[in-house]
Design a protein around this ligand. Structure first.
Ligand code: HEM
Length: 259
């Protein structure tokens, strides 16, 4: 006797599984909430691929199309991207360090010593922060050299070069202000040199010392100023300038082509 198959009814367990999979996919991706966040379809066509990148807040930083020469890693060595990565590492480890460090001249050094010995992963956290800071200074310099040697500072990218110079100074200032925070001999003598340099500003020496160091001697005034600049003022300014820097790369027509 011939078996009459009902249309749409699964014939075996593989078909049953496929139906469950399709239903699950439908429930997950074809609903109002998903569509409100991701407006483009699955990236299976060039148009959908572009839409996925252009409509996503994180991915939209990347251009949807790039010149073929930019795929080559040796064009940029991703030195700007690595500088930015160091900044992210510094932000994350810096926030963790803030849980254990108090900017008080009577306890700053003890806090650092305790961090290294009493806090689980404290030494790792501190060293990650230190090495990332050294790394960022080196990488920013190398990035600047790469930009120079590929002639990418020339019009229409001259303004982004200026933004870059501001970023270089901010990087160096973040490094210098962080150096003081452990309040050890190295830090206090380094800041004493900085204090002297500030004091020799033509005509405004005393005022510069008052504003930057909180007095004519290195003490609590200097520590709290450097701490505030280090954890808030400078990183905030750097983040804003980086946003301008990245935005300008796109506005200037993407990365410069090889010379
Ligand atoms: C915190 C510091 C900095 C960060 C995070 C940063 C990040 C970036 C990134 C991600 C790019 C894309 C290409 C690449 O990865 O190399 C770039 C390009 C560029 N950067 Fe920077 N940068 C910084 C500092 C500087 C400095 C110090 C200069 C120069 C004084 C500079 C000038 C430029 C220019 C002109 C471009 C466009 C290059 C091209 O079109 O090929 N940047 N930057």
């Amino acid at each position: 006797m011939a078996v009459v198959e009902e249309p749409g009814k699964p014939r075996n367990w593989q078909e049953r599984l496929a139906i469950i999979r399709d239903r699950l996919y439908d429930r997950l991706f074809h609903n109002y909430v998903w569509r409100s966040i991701f407006r483009s379809g699955y990236p299976n066509t060039p148009r959908n691929q572009m839409l996925v990148v252009a409509t996503n807040v994180f991915l939209h930083l990347h251009p949807t199309r790039i010149h073929r020469t930019h795929v080559k890693i040796t064009h940029t060595y991703c030195l700007g991207g690595l500088s930015f990565f160091m900044f992210i590492v510094l932000t994350v480890t810096g926030v963790l360090l803030m849980f254990y460090y108090v900017p008080d001249v009577n306890r700053a050094w003890q806090d650092i010593a305790a961090l290294e010995t009493n806090v689980r992963f404290g030494l790792l956290m501190r060293n990650l922060h230190r090495w990332a800071a050294h790394g960022m200074v080196i990488l920013v310099f190398l990035h600047m050299m790469r930009v120079f040697y590929t002639g990418a500072y020339k019009p229409p990218r001259e303004f982004n070069w200026v933004v870059g110079v501001v970023l270089l100074f901010l990087t160096l200032l973040m490094s210098f202000t962080g150096y003081l925070l452990p309040w050890d001999q190295l830090a206090v003598w380094a800041i004493t040199v900085g204090h002297g340099i500030g004091g020799s500003t033509p005509y405004l020496g005393d005022e510069v010392q008052q504003v930057l160091f909180g007095g004519f001697e290195i003490g609590q005034g200097a520590l709290i100023r450097f701490y505030t600049l280090h954890v808030l003022g400078l990183p905030l300014l750097a983040a804003i300038m980086m946003a301008v820097h990245f935005w300008r790369i796109r506005r200037d027509g993407g990365l410069a082509r090889p010379l």
